[in-house]
Design a binder for this molecule. Structure first.
Ligand code: ADP
Ligand code: MG
Length: 273
């Protein structure tokens, strides 16, 4: 392992750090001295000293891998269930969401569809499930339906559709957000259908939509294609029913109420007499 071009007088610490970098053990390199002092102080033997370093490296590696998966997933925001108020959407099956957070459905190549009007927390829930999957070591990709179709069309025009299809088939969890806002051309709808078709019983897909199933034809164009797509998507599916009042609207109404309540106090403060 020793680089013959290195002068022999190089301090062992420098060589050690070099080798640890080559072996991709950055935490070892960063911590070996400090942990060494601690172990000497606590009279801990060499095997336990190495064990401590290995454990630190494993924990750090897992954290770095999770961060990489989150980066690759391209989430538009980081959301988790810690900030999700289930009381605001009583129609949503909380125990099902908590069960889905365990990510077993992803291992079983099942699907999730979150249905509901705008602002009810569909994307928030999808992001929380995506984050949980990243933390469990699974690869995730999130795209809006419109962006995905655009990407597929572009790849087809540039003759790299196969590569993109392969990537889309192999990601463990594909989240397709906002199906229903933008209608697709016939070619776009067919390309999207192919994504679902390739993933069927091979990998998990999560779809969010503002449209009930009987209106999906309005974005996919053909009834035949919509039927075939729904047939695959809903074979092994968990449905998150999320129709309710928009959280955005509810919070902005609440804010307005608070402002109206606080106004006389502010006025009083401004004019104390
Ligand atoms: P949708 O995708 O259904 O249109 P979003 O998930 O984008 O709605 O939610 C809109 C905003 O409201 C986001 O900032 C989201 O974090 C927040 N939000 C929605 N529902 C809840 C909830 N039940 N608890 C906390 N925040 C929520
Ligand atoms: Mg959304």
């Amino acid at each position: 392992m020793t680089d013959p071009s290195m002068p022999t007088t190089v301090a062992p610490q420098v060589l050690l750090v070099n080798h640890l970098k080559t072996l991709k053990l950055p935490t070892f390199a960063r911590e070996y001295e400090k942990v060494g002092f601690e172990c000497a102080h606590e009279d801990i033997d060499y095997a336990r000293y190495l064990l401590r370093l290995c454990e630190l490296e494993c924990i750090d590696r897992e954290r770095r891998n999770t961060e990489r998966r989150i980066r690759l997933a391209k989430f538009p925001a980081t959301k988790s269930l810690y900030t999700f108020d289930f009381a605001a959407i009583s129609v949503l099956n909380k125990s099902l969401v908590l069960e889905l957070m365990r990510c077993e459905w992803i291992d079983k190549h099942e699907n999730v569809i979150a249905l509901g009007s705008s602002g009810v927390g569909k994307t928030h829930t999808a992001l929380a499930l995506g984050l949980a999957a990243c933390q469990k070591g699974m690869s995730v990709a999130l795209k809006t339906a419109a962006a995905l179709v655009h990407e597929l069309m572009e790849a087809r025009d540039e003759k790299r559709l196969r590569v993109l299809q392969k990537q889309l088939t192999n990601v463990k969890l594909l989240i397709i957000d906002e199906l229903g806002y933008v209608p697709f051309t016939a070619v776009g709808a067919e390309l999207l259908f192919e994504v679902f078709s390739r993933r069927y019983e091979h990998a998990a897909t999560l779809v969010t939509s503002n449209l009930p199933f009987d209106e999906w034809t309005s974005v996919l164009g053909s009834e035949r294609l919509t039927g075939a797509l729904l047939d695959r998507l809903t074979h092994h599916v968990h449905i998150l029913e999320m129709n309710g009042e928009s959280y955005r609207l509810a919070t902005s109404k609440e804010r307005q109420k608070q402002t109206a309540k606080n106004k006389p106090i502010e006025e009083e403060e401004a004019n104390p007499i």
